[in-house]
Write a protein that binds this ligand. Structure first.
Ligand code: NAD
Ligand code: TYD
Length: 351
């Protein structure tokens, strides 16, 4: 069936994998990627599909209601997959206001534009909000987050995402907007901005720079390969029940220090260094303020009801990831040097 789908944040890490999947797998859909190209947005991520006939890029701010309304009128979207966000916890600690503006206000602007466009006629319409497991707060040594775990966000980032989730459910309850939400654990893989732990360490190991471990490195995250998150998003967009929430996770818990040691080992092997050489770069630094101890997801609802399961083990995924960054060192260095911003100018200025 022909559809026009808005994907927000499609120039970012996860969004670019979702855009690619939808553009390639659904030639009958028109995919409109709306992204403000903040520091985290990078059109180089989509170079391979940017000339496809069913792909359109719009540079815009989701918190700018006038522009968003105009785009909803122009394209008459059938569906929205909303990923645009400020996404880095450390930045939320230094600048919480930008997280409220983009994550809360921006989500509300999109919800309202969808409500105004669809005007109560919701047949074949869907607003899919991509969220995080961090809304559930922090676990102790035991237990998993389920879809019914009470919200208990602890960082400005997770508080802004929790607030956006509440707005999405409020629009379903108040205006019957056909929504679905998923809350995913930590993603890793190609195209992740190198402020996040895994690409930061890969870059620093390559350049023999120190590997900053917050606190004692004992915090635990549940890591999922980004391609498997994109597959879950595809499944939930098409098969998820209206009004439902689905947790997505890798069933793959690692302490930060064990994860970084694993990366060091793989990198030593790939770079022809002596085993143990890169581990010497590990440096314990001051802990993150309010650092959540442990995240771990129970994704049995998604697995049992929609038949999703991860396609790669962590061992496979992390090797694919290291190899991707080593093979795409130009991508990484463009970001590190700031050159990637000029890509947009050269590609889109005169179009
Ligand atoms: P990212 O920071 O890599 O990308 C965010 C994208 O949003 C960028 O392209 C940026 O330019 C765009 N953007 C930011 N502000 C905007 C605005 N005001 N208007 C339009 N576009 C704007 O983030 P990511 O890691 O790809 O995360 C994508 C989504 O998935 C986020 O909603 C995040 O909360 C969620 N999520 C991420 C993870 C993870 O591990 N990265 C895990 C679970 C959920
Ligand atoms: P991050 O990739 O920022 O994701 P999140 O905070 O959303 O989980 O961090 C993952 C874990 O790694 C988290 O416990 C913080 C820790 N961390 C470090 O120890 N050092 C670093 O330089 C970074 C960026 C993160």
């Amino acid at each position: 069936m022909k559809k026009t789908i808005l994907i927000t944040g499609g120039a970012g890490f996860i969004g670019s994998h979702v855009v690619r999947k939808f553009v390639q797998d659904y030639p009958e859909y028109t995919i409109v990627n709306l992204d403000l190209l903040t520091y985290a947005g990078n059109l180089e991520n989509l170079q391979d599909i940017e000339n496809k006939p069913n792909y359109i890029f719009e540079c815009a701010d989701i918190a700018d209601a006038e522009t968003v309304d105009a785009l909803f009128k122009k394209y008459a979207f059938d569906g929205v997959i909303h990923l645009a966000a400020e996404s880095h916890v450390d930045r939320s600690i230094t600048d919480p206001a930008s997280f409220v503006r983009t994550n809360v206000q921006g989500t509300m602007v999109l919800l309202h534009a969808a409500k105004n466009l669809w005007k109560g006629n919701f047949e074949n319409k869907r607003f899919y909000h991509i969220s995080t497991d961090e809304v559930y707060g922090s676990l102790g040594a035991e237990g998993l987050f389920t879809e019914t775990t009470p919200y208990d966000p602890k960082s400005p980032y997770s508080a802004s995402k929790a607030s956006s989730d509440h707005f999405v459910r409020a629009y379903a309850n108040t205006y019957n907007l056909p929504i679905v939400i998923s809350n995913c654990s930590n993603n890793y893989g190609p195209n992740q901005f190198p402020e996040k732990l895994i690409p930061l360490c890969i870059n620093n190991i390559t350049n023999k720079k120190s590997l900053p471990i917050y606190g004692k490195g004992e915090n635990i995250r549940d890591w999922l390969y980004v391609i498997d998150h994109a597959a879950a998003i595809d499944l939930i967009y098409h098969k998820g029940q209206h009004g439902e929430t689905y947790n997505i996770g890798g069933n793959n818990e690692w302490t930060n220090i064990a994860l970084v040691r694993t990366l060091c080992k793989i990198m030593d092997n790939r770079l022809g260094r002596e085993e143990g050489e890169s581990e010497q770069l590990i440096t314990y630094v001051t802990d993150r303020a309010g650092h959540d101890l442990r995240y771990a997801i129970d994704s049995s609802k998604l697995m049992n009801e929609l038949g999703w399961k991860p396609s790669v083990t962590f061992e496979e995924g992390v090797e694919l990831t290291v190899d991707w960054y080593l093979d795409n060192n130009d991508w990484l260095q463009n970001i590190v040097s700031g050159d990637y911003a000029s890509y947009y100018d050269s590609m889109y200025k005169n179009k």
